[in-house]
Design a protein around this ligand. Sequence first.
Ligand SMILES: C[S@@+](CC[C@H](N)C(=O)[O-])C[C@H]1O[C@@H](n2cnc3c(N)ncnc32)[C@H](O)[C@@H]1O
Length: 298
Amino acid sequence: MINLYNIDCMEALKEFKDNQFNLAIIDPPYGIGISGQKEVKKKRAQRNRSGAQNRKYHKEKKWDNEIPNKEYFKQLFRVSKNQIIWGANYFVEHLNKGKKGWVIWDKQQKGLWSSDGEIAYTSFNKPTRIFLQNRIILQQEGGTIHPTQKPVKLYEFLLMTYAKEGDKILEIGTGSGYQAAILSEIGCKVYSIERHRDLYLKAKKNLFDLNVSVKLFYGDGYLGLPDYSPFDKIIVTAGAPEVPDQLKKQLIIGGILVIPVGIGSQNMKVILKTGLNDYELISEYKNFKFVPLLRKKQ
Ligand SMILES: C[S@@+](CC[C@H](N)C(=O)[O-])C[C@H]1O[C@@H](n2cnc3c(N)ncnc32)[C@H](O)[C@@H]1O
């Protein structure tokens, strides 16, 4: 479903809840007076009539004289969990630090009046990616509806790379919350159980301080979380004497259970659920030493 709003975005943003959106992809005004583009195109058209045939002219409007203000970015980061922001080089003072995975659209043009490429900030800790889309070919394929519109193929790439729903993961043994934090940061929906009350409370504080979203439970991980099942993956981080049936049942078909099994030392088993009551051991790695998976909460 698509909801379209004909409203000043500053008014609309105020109405949205914190983290209401999983991903915001935005391309705000860069403050470079793009309305001048029309004049440049006209001059070129006089010089080169055949080159002008594929060009579209757009009504001049003065909407690109300044960049959005500080409040705009504050609201954007409040209402969305992740962001992709085109024109990032124009907004550096407003962008969060420490994220490495930016996106570059290489227009495969060099030294023309417009930039050789465009840069997007992303909030994802993923490798920086370069997307190649030749501007000339884009024009030949029908161009764009709006002068600053990004190519459809570029958006397909963004959505395929960044907008995937994360796996729903159950972790048994929260400990410090370290693994849960990493899983959450890479986009998984994480549920984690800890049997030790002090550890549960410490992990809760750690994750709150880090502003990481994980659903934590104080309880016996042997039982899993039937009310929240099925899970795509279940990761057990303590050595179990055998594979608990309860956990296997809480997997989705096609889901995977990773569990160290053994007393003293363990073998790490990777088990795939192939049917309602069918499971297949797909790999096994030897010689692990985890603390034991103990029954009942403490
Ligand atoms: C190796 S530590 C976990 C490390 C943790 N995943 C991390 O990233 O820091 C194992 C944890 O499993 C917990 N544990 C043991 N038996 C459990 C059970 N039945 N249910 C839930 N947690 C359990 C232990 O208290 C311990 O905190």
